[in-house]
Structure formats: C-alpha cells, structure tokens
Design a protein around this ligand. Structure first.
Ligand code: NAI
Ligand code: MG
Length: 325
C-alpha cells in the first residue's frame, strides 16, 4: 500500500512554502495519497476551532504529516495545536539537522518531558515548574539517537547539566547504561550543555549526533541555526513510535506573509526528511541537490541576500528536480 500524507500548511507563510514542498514530493511520488487539511489560527477564526477532531483523526491515520506553521494568538481559550499534536501522537524525538558547507550535525531533542512536562503551579510568592526525566523517556530517546549514529557511522555527544541537576545526572546514568546494552559499539562523549552551545558554534567539525533533554535541545538548536543562514533554511522532524510529523523550524512570519519573499528551503528540507523516514533516501537527496543547483544558478531568496521571489525560486527548483529524475 502506498503512503498517505497529510498536508497542513497552517497560517501565514506556511501557506506559501508548503505547496512547494508538496509539489516536490508529488513530483517524485505521484502515486501517493495527499490529504490537505485546515488548521491553525485562521481556521480558528473561521470555524471556532484551531484543530478539529476530524482533522486530528485524519492525522492519526496517516503515515506522515507535512506541516507549515501556525500563528499563536494571545487568547487564553485558544488551544495550542502543536502541543496537542506532540502530546497525543507521542512524538518523542525532535530531530533538527544542521547542515551547511562543512557543517553536518544532527540534534536529537527529547520532546515529551524534561522542563516541558506541563507540571507547573503558582504559589503566593513563587512559581514552580517540575523537570521530569523518566527512565522510559530517556531510554527511548537514547536508543533513537544510537540508531541514527550507527546509520551515519558517526559518534554521539550527550549534552547535560549532570554536574548540577539530579535529573540530568539520572539522564546521563541511564544513557550510559543504554549505550552499554546497544549491540553495536558507538563512540560517545558527554559535554556540559553550556559549553556545548558555545563549542557547537566555535568548533562545528567536532560534532555529529547530539542528544539532549527538551529545553536544552530547544536552545542548542536555535543557537546552531546561526551556522546555516537563518530560520528559513532549517527543517525538523518529530517522530513517535506510530506517527511522524515534519515541519520547517520557522513560524508563520506575519511580517513577510503575502509578499512572496519567504524562503521555502526549510519546508523542502522537511519534505526531504519525510521521504527519508518513508525509506526514500534517494528522493531526499535529489531534493537537496535541486536546492543546491537552484542556488548555483544564482536563484536565492531575500533572506540569503538574493533577489528571487518565492515563486521564482520554486519554478527553478522544480525544473531542477525534474531534470534529476
Ligand atoms: P517566525 O519564525 O515566524 O519569524 C521570525 C523572523 O524570521 C521574521 O522576521 C520572519 O520574517 C523571518 N522568517 C521566518 N521564516 C522565514 C522564511 N522561511 N523566509 C524568510 N524569512 C523568514 O517567528 P515569530 O515572528 O517569532 O513568530 C510568528 C508567529 O509564528 C507567532 O504567532 C509564533 O507564535 C508562530 N510560530 C510558530 C511556530 C510553529 O508553527 N512551529 C514556530 C515559531 C513561531
Ligand atoms: Mg523554536
């Protein structure tokens, strides 16, 4: 059976970049099933719901979801689309590849617990957030990182604050145990997260796969984005046992939405991660080659100091892609 892919552009520039990423996958796989869905803030304004149960059910039954971005409004009653999806689909591994000339780092962020476990309360004169690190949560993210490291024939760095936080000392202890049980020897080191953030930027070549807890991974990957030309370039994957969700790292960018200037590369690279996840590594590689060839032809969007519009980039990119297949 061929895969079913849910296409959820969402808000703002999500509606401009996701159609290009979709065309790219469709070009390679015209026989797959693509189901467009509406969600996000504009959907909320129209229908009163940011993510309907019907749409959620379609996502649940799909093989993969390609998502753009959603605008977060300041209203309290508005339900966070992304948090619900991450939680209910149990997307425990957040993957952020950082790629640029001479940089090839894969950040694996635990995505369901840590400081984002949602256990919080406010007292009279203080507020508390509980940081949860569980054995099961740690074992599965370390295992996932080990599989990726093995595939890349690389090495693993574990980012922690084990010198200060008991929860991180625990994370590291479980990690070492899981690594010792892994059937293939994987070289690994542990680095304190504060030093790691600096070192990833100063000495990129030292790093291959990096695994860390939720908020540290969030901070580390945004800092590492500095290495590769900004937010418009970065893809991400959110993987669970049964579900997989792919989205560019950027948001809905209301400041440039509708101006035909958004860089679609983060979205196209997210589509490449989706292809890889579904076993089409060659397809994923051709998307990247087509991006590189488009840039080599002098077609760059404004954020990369070029003059091409989103649609100009898209036209050249898609013709480059067709030449490759
Ligand atoms: P943003 O990522 O939307 O934009 C930050 C800056 O980067 C803006 O100046 C924008 O023009 C630029 N930018 C982002 N993507 C670009 C692209 N592909 N090409 C060229 N320039 C690009 O973050 P911001 O402005 O903080 O948030 C805007 C809205 O998006 C908010 O409502 C926020 O909550 C939401 N958001 C949603 C995310 C998601 O759906 N995963 C992630 C981040 C923010
Ligand atoms: Mg972020």
């Amino acid at each position: 059976m061929t895969p079913t892919i849910v296409i959820a552009p969402g808000d703002g520039i999500g509606k401009e970049v996701i159609p290009i990423a979709l065309k790219a996958i469709e070009t390679l796989h015209p026989d797959w099933t693509y189901i467009p869905v509406e969600l996000g803030y504009e959907c909320y304004q129209k229908t009163g719901s940011s993510l309907s149960d019907e749409v959620f059910q379609i996502m649940r039954e799909s093989d993969a979801i390609l998502f753009g971005a959603v605008t977060t409004p300041p209203t309290k009653e508005y339900q966070s689309v992304l948090l619900r999806i991450r939680k209910e689909l149990d997307l425990y591994a957040n993957l952020r590849p950082i790629q640029a000339p001479n940089v090839d780092i894969l950040i694996v962020r635990e995505n369901t617990e840590g400081l984002y476990s949602g256990i919080e309360w406010i007292e009279k004169d203080r507020a508390c957030t509980v940081r949860v690190v569980s054995e099961t949560g740690t074992r599965r993210i370390i295992r996932y990182a080990l599989e990726l490291t093995k595939k890349r024939n690389g090495h693993l760095t574990i980012g922690t604050k084990a010198n200060v936080l008991a929860s991180d000392a625990y994370f590291y202890e479980i990690a070492v145990d899981e690594i010792s049980k892994y059937p293939h020897p994987i070289p690994y080191t542990m680095k304190y997260i504060d030093l790691l953030v600096l070192d990833v930027i100063a000495n990129q070549a030292r790093y291959d796969v990096i695994v860390t807890t939720n908020i540290f991974g969030d901070i580390l990957s945004d800092a590492a984005a500095y290495l590769c030309g900004g937010l418009g370039m970065l893809p991400s994957a959110n993987i669970g046992v049964y579900h997989a969700f792919f989205e560019p790292v950027h948001g809905s960018a209301p400041d440039i939405a509708g101006t035909n200037t958004a860089n679609p590369v983060g979205a196209i690279r997210s589509a490449a991660l989706l292809l890889q996840h579904l076993g089409d590594s060659d397809g994923a590689a051709s998307l990247e080659t087509a991006i590189q060839n488009t840039w080599a032809a002098g077609i760059k969007t404004k954020d990369l100091f070029g003059t091409a519009s989103t649609t100009e980039f898209s036209d050249v990119f898609l013709s480059q892609l067709r030449r490759l297949i």
